[in-house]
Design a protein around this ligand. Structure first.
Ligand SMILES: [Zn+2]
Length: 411
């Protein structure tokens, strides 16, 4: 037998077996196998079967036998939307909000994205990289094996280029799959308050050309009080012209035209979507995109959740992500997101599982999120349960015991 082989035996249940892809209505009919074994060769799954069919020869020939003692195996989660390159937590702002301060008041008192940007500029490269690596370590212990990270706390051209370089270094230092997105429009820097068009031009002519070879996607924050559809479109069209693929933050605080912008540039994903009407659903169905919903920020801000049920019922797929960022979603716990999706957005445990796995992978355009023969051996070993629904039901609990990425144990 060529290559290094690992034989995982006595798996209570393998869940999430099947081909990754884009499934309308999240109707991914993934397979499960109880009392299973899984053979891995050179980091790829080469056979899945039941223990009673396990051939003695495999036990003899395997380089390593790993007895999982009845634990379950799920694909690693794919978190397609985070802002986890940030300099510091912002709990003082959260406390202000709990005392009734508005977003505008908090911004006036030096909070918000601009506060993070100032601290970002003052932080050393090492401190910022250490922060991201610590968060990635946190994520993988919660079952996440792939993550999209946006820049955006740089704000100025120079600092955003720096942010992209830092993420490129992070990618070399972690076993997790990392997708880098330049958040080309996030908030208007103070010094451009009276020169919006000059800022847009700097992003198009200086920032985007400088980072095009280092990033996987370009994203914009198209929201009232941030950037208009026209400004967003100008930046995204430039990104497309430079050969980049794009994502859009749309309809978080209102119906502000972000979905039309996303269609115009055929965005890979449209993210947030807390505010939707029937027309928006029609537009979203007009090209093959992945809606990404972020219930963590709705929960944290005590704002309306995205109507994921309506998206699914209209035939669209839905991916779930953490939105981990210091201002509106300070957590990367996708088990909790799984709970929120079921409890507040009307998704079934299976639909939400699809959103956390194969659909997260589609939103990042990566391999992963499913277990199948020939696919990468990236998975989490979790405590056994009565049924899949127990994982979202026991909110706050992390059942992860081991994590393998490409056949290598990382947790
Ligand atoms: Zn975001």
């Amino acid at each position: 037998m060529a290559g290094r082989t690992q034989l995982f035996i006595r798996i209570g249940r393998i869940v999430g077996i099947g081909q990754p892809g884009w499934y309308g209505g999240n109707r991914w009919s993934f397979g499960t196998v109880a009392n299973a074994y899984m053979l891995v060769r050179d980091g790829r799954i080469c056979r899945i079967g039941t223990m009673d069919t396990l051939m003695q020869s495999l036990l003899v020939e395997a380089d390593e036998i790993i007895d999982l003692g009845g634990r379950w195996v799920l694909p690693g989660f794919c978190d397609a939307h985070t802002h986890l390159l940030f300099p510091a937590t912002r709990e003082e702002e959260w406390l202000m909000r709990l005392r009734g301060y508005t977003y505008q008041e908090i911004a006036r008192r030096g909070g918000g994205i601009l506060a993070s940007a100032q601290r970002f500029a003052e932080s050393s490269d090492e401190a910022l990289i250490e922060g991201v690596l610590a968060r990635l370590d946190h994520l993988v212990r919660m079952g996440t094996t792939a993550v999209e990270i946006k820049t955006g706390y740089g704000l100025t051209v120079d600092q955003e280029i720096r942010a992209v370089r830092l993420l490129a270094r992070v990618r070399e230092q972690t076993r997790l799959t990392v997708r880098i997105t330049v958040q080309a429009l996030h908030a208007l820097p103070v010094e451009y308050r009276d020169a919006r068009q000059r800022y847009i031009r700097a992003v198009c002519e200086e920032l985007l050309p400088a980072v095009r070879d280092y990033v996987d996607f370009c994203d914009v924050f198209c929201e009232e009080g941030f950037f208009t559809p026209e400004e967003s479109l100008e930046v995204l069209e430039r990104a497309v012209q430079l050969g980049m693929r794009v994502k859009v933050h749309a309809h978080q605080f209102g119906r502000t035209g972000g979905i039309e912008v996303a269609r115009a540039v055929q965005a890979v994903s449209v993210d947030h979507l807390e505010h939707l009407d029937e027309e928006d659903l029609v537009v979203l169905r007009s090209w093959r995109t992945m809606p990404v919903v972020l219930p963590g920020s709705s929960f944290f801000l005590r704002k309306p959740f995205s109507p994921a049920r309506r998206l699914l019922d209209s035939g669209l797929p839905v991916a779930l992500a953490s939105d981990w960022n210091p201002g509106t979603a300070p957590s990367g716990n996708l088990y909790f997101i799984w709970h929120l999706a079921c409890a507040y957005m009307g998704m079934t445990p299976e639909e939400a599982f699809t959103g956390l796995t194969v659909h997260g992978a589609v939103a990042m355009d990566i391999e992963g999120g499913a277990l199948y023969e020939g696919g990468v051996a990236t998975f989490q070993v979790v405590e056994p349960v009565q049924s899949l629904a127990v994982y979202p039901y026991e909110f706050g609990h992390i059942p992860v015991r081991q994590v393998y990425i490409g056949g290598e144990r990382v947790v």
